[in-house]
Write a protein that binds this ligand. Sequence first.
Ligand code: KDG
Length: 350
Amino acid sequence: MKKLMSLLAVSLLAVLLVACGGDDNANEGQNGENESASEGGEKIIRAGIGLNQNHPQYKGLLKFKEIVEEETDGEITVETYHSGQLGDDRTMTEALQLGTQEVTVPSTAPIANFVPEFSVFDIPFLFPSEEVADEVLAGDVAQDLLKKLEEKDLVGLAYWENGFRDLTNSERPVETIEDFDGLKIRTMENDIHLAAFEELGANPTPMAFTELFTAMQQGTVDGQENPYATIYLENYFEVQDYVSDTHHVYSPFVFLMSKEFYDGLSEEEQQIVRDAAKEAGEYQIKLNREANAEYLEKLVDEGMEFSEISDEERQKMVDAVQPVIEDFKDDIGAETVDGIMEAVEQAQGE
Ligand code: KDG
């Protein structure tokens, strides 16, 4: 009953927002008074994300809008929504399945609730670098995973980048594995993340991104983990004191489209949205890496205390979470785990 009420509340909010045409600046000229994804032949893409308008993810979405509207001479228009205006990663993905929204770009972690194989990317310490991640995500195993989404009425058009995730908290500096002890850490809604932080000695709790800032502000959780760009651009330095370069997971984003909407496009339009998602993705990843390189310093300027994790301590963390891989291998699918791990080794030239 509670889930139905919250889904109804989110849908009502989403409809109200769409009726108002979303982010006024980005959706100028939109009449907004439409409930369906097409108006008099013109097709409308309602694209929503959880992060705010300053994040490279939103800049990527605006680039997608620019390309699609240009390439289709306005036959397809894109309305963009940020900061969870249309809901959180799970409710927006469900909206794509229902056909009440056309695009969202969640992390792989919440997508695993729809296609379990996507949890492979949330195996801690899987990717040693962004370069290796790029090569693996462009590879056959990762590209085939995108096709699995169609079984769930979703179309995966491209991988974008959230990035390497780092820990913040308001209790104490985290430099050793012992420092995790009992910390109440918010994780994304993903069982592997929960299990990994339990193995590290923390007390993890899954939570939607849209609830995170308030939870830290009210002390419901002590900390969280996200890339530096998100920590800075979402102002987490206002409610967190310590940041550590745990780099414990590399999070890809997946550019998702509603299959119902995609199937309703002409072949030419399908190619345009596919190419646009890729091109805008390359642009987003470039901005994202510049942001993540720049924002740690800004976090320290804002008063956060930075702790560098030594290789020795990081190895202890890597060892501590190894059981998680064996525990979840069957849930994810052994073929997918072996395929991605092999691709990581090949990309590292081993
Ligand atoms: O827009 C994407 C966000 O909603 C989410 O994926 C961010 O990494 C994230 C988190 O911690 O939930």
